[in-house]
Design a protein around this ligand. Structure first.
Ligand code: SAM
Ligand code: SF4
Length: 329
């Protein structure tokens, strides 16, 4: 069991498969690919599978593959296949993607053992979608949502980062979309993890505002299972309509006290918080020929260093050097 110094149990691992992306979301990676970590610095699938096996033996129950855009990594289906072998101790194997490459692989991913998929979608309007992501791919994302549904991913989750003046006028449209297409919307507050360093507090649309706006049109009912160690407050529609609304408000309603997550970057660094300013170089330790037992010790030690909370709201907050597409959202 992985336990940190603040008595939190770590059960959730997010693995970034690459820091590259084919989108240019202004809140994440607006200026294109960062100086790309060279191929040999990136963990191989064998290394990821080996480390995942160790993490699961230490009590990790959920693994989410993310990035950058994880589907840019060739052979992702074979990785999912290997990770699925860690079930049933591994209870949940999920993927977060921008959806661009999903339709071609949705069926194979499902067959390989992927349990859940989250697709990012920040606007339902084609021009605004282009403005936000830098690509004309709204149709592709709709196709991804359809493919995910057809191949039995249930529920399909949709992530939308709401940003003041960019897409905050679409909350109700998104809620209607959730009802019509029976998807689980997740509205996420904009965090200071953008590579363009344009984040400002004024751009954050508070979770409470999102809740109140939707609740006024489509009354919401808090789900009984809501929260625990999860990041989202989850709501059903009070009128019994299909779909779900989730609100993730790390900036205005910090949930660090219940955090159960750690992250592994594409280049093999353990990050104990999205906002960590230090990393633990697991890749080099593994490549130095460390034994399984030594790797266990390395991971346990890194977890004890997990930060008590983030400091976004402190006057002396410093944005971490590595931004979202490196860390893995
Ligand atoms: N490329 C994939 C995607 O977009 O779904 C996976 C990686 S992306 C970094 C994971 C999630 O992080 C996405 O839903 C994205 O919207 C979110 N994200 C990226 N930058 C963010 C930021 N600055 N604040 C809040 N969420 C952010
Ligand atoms: Fe790429 Fe996802 Fe970041 Fe958008 S949010 S730039 S799709 S990694």
């Amino acid at each position: 069991m992985l336990r940190d110094a603040h008595n939190r149990t770590i059960r959730d691992l997010r693995i970034s498969l690459t820091d590259r992306c084919n989108f240019r979301c202004f809140y994440c990676l607006p200026n294109g690919e960062p100086p790309l970590a060279r191929k040999e610095t990136i963990l191989t699938f064998e290394e990821i599978a080996y480390l995942s096996d160790i993490f699961v033996s230490l009590g990790i129950e959920k693994i989410r593959l993310t990035g950058g855009e994880p589907m840019l990594r060739k052979g992702i289906v074979s990785l999912v296949d290997q990770l699925a072998k860690l079930k049933p101790q591994l209870q949940d194997l999920a993927l977060t993607t921008n959806g661009h490459e999903l339709p071609r692989h949705a069926q194979a991913l499902k067959s390989a053992g992927l349990d859940r998929v989250t697709i990012s979608l920040d606007s339902l309007d084609r021009d605004k979608f282009i403005d936000i992501t830098g690509v004309d791919a709204l149709d592709k994302v709709y196709a991804a949502i359809n493919a995910a549904k057809i191949h039995g991913f249930d529920p399909v989750k949709i992530n939308a980062v709401l940003v003041r003046g960019r897409n905050d006028d679409e909350m109700i449209e998104f809620a209607r979309f959730a009802r019509e297409y029976d998807v689980a919307m997740r509205f996420i507050e904009f965090m200071p993890l953008d590579s363009g360093h344009d984040w400002s507090r004024e751009m954050v649309v508070p979770g409470k505002e999102i809740h109140d706006a939707i609740n006024a049109v489509y009354p919401l009912k808090l789900k009984e299972s809501s929260r625990g160690t999860e990041t989202a407050w989850k709501y059903k529609f009070a009128d019994g309509a299909k779909g779900e609304i989730g609100i993730i408000a790390p900036v205005t309603e910090m949930f660090c006290g219940a955090c159960s997550r750690i992250r592994l970057t594409a280049d093999g660094q353990i990050r104990t918080c999205l906002f960590s300013t230090t990393e633990h170089n697991l890749r080099d330790f593994v490549r130095s020929g460390a034994s399984r037992e030594e790797i266990v010790g390395f991971i346990e030690n890194a977890v004890t260093k997990k930060e008590p909370r983030h400091y976004i709201n402190d006057a002396d907050f410093v944005q971490p050097a590595r931004t979202m597409s490196f860390i893995g959202g």
